[in-house]
Design a protein around this ligand. Sequence first.
Ligand code: PBG
Length: 340
Amino acid sequence: MSSQESEYNGFFPATRMRRLRYHSGVRRLVQETVIRPERLIWPVFVRSGQGVRTPIASMPGQFQLSLDEFVKEVREAEQLGLGGVILFGIPDTKDAVGSDAMCESGIICQAIRAAKDVVGKDFLIISDVCFCEYTDHGHCGVLKQNYAGQWDVDNDATLENLTRQTLAQARAGVDMVAPSGMMDGMIGAIRRGFDANGFSELPIMSYSVKYASAFYGPFRDAAESAPQFGDRRSYQMDPLAAAEQALREVELDLAEGADMIMVKPALPYLDIIHQVHDRYPGVPLAAYNVSGEYSMTKAAALNGWIDEKRIVLESLGSIVRAGAGIILTYWAKDVARWMA
Ligand code: PBG
């Protein structure tokens, strides 16, 4: 056989998908997955002091900020067009019940007031509602001995404190609360507390589907909130639980008055995000791209093993595609800059 002659004498495609890919303008025109800065929420860690910007070792690029530094960052986040920030407080003193979280002079209420002073009306100041950063034992509520004599979080006593915590935040001017403690009834308790005290307009974004995940490891360094004994498996969901359990959590939260729901973590639970979105298509759905997801990518990027920007946009794209319209991510400001 001569070198001119082809051995191939057959099939040529009539439909060529590559026509949608040759030209960058065509590619852009037919894109469907859109990442929008105004749908991103940036998690921020605040603490007391002046001029404090303590780098979080396990989360390169993230800091514990004193309020003066925090307001600068909030202004920048607003200018970048982000949807808002979600606040995590690190109090000066912790105790058995997490008192700092329940008083209007506590770190989180101070941060809410400071932020509300500097931002316009479209930028959201959201509070993470939990006790793990504020208790000396690091659990997400008040402790009691359970039926088997083990120390565990007292669900119903914690509900009362969650009402106190969220009312203090509401009085400080928070725009939305995001309860993350996985207590049964937390949404109903907070909703009732708000409605009875003149805050019926304040929305609740529930961490409805929150797994007991190893992906929170770096966050617990950042927020100084690692449990001093045991783990969170008696309240956060089992990563290997049936998806149906996630749907039941969502159903209950909606019945109790949640306005938005969240799945957390994001990337290891895209299937759950998808199922929740499928079952409740009209309910605003958020996903939390958590600390472990951030730190793993950061570590690889700092080693020069991956292209951070491309990995992040691809990952966030997968979260949007799965069905989450809102994403909480430590990359929020970077993404806004990349997209500008
Ligand atoms: C609880 C809370 C946690 C995170 C958000 N809210 C930690 C936990 O449940 O242990 C984790 C966020 C992250 O890993 O980025 N206050």
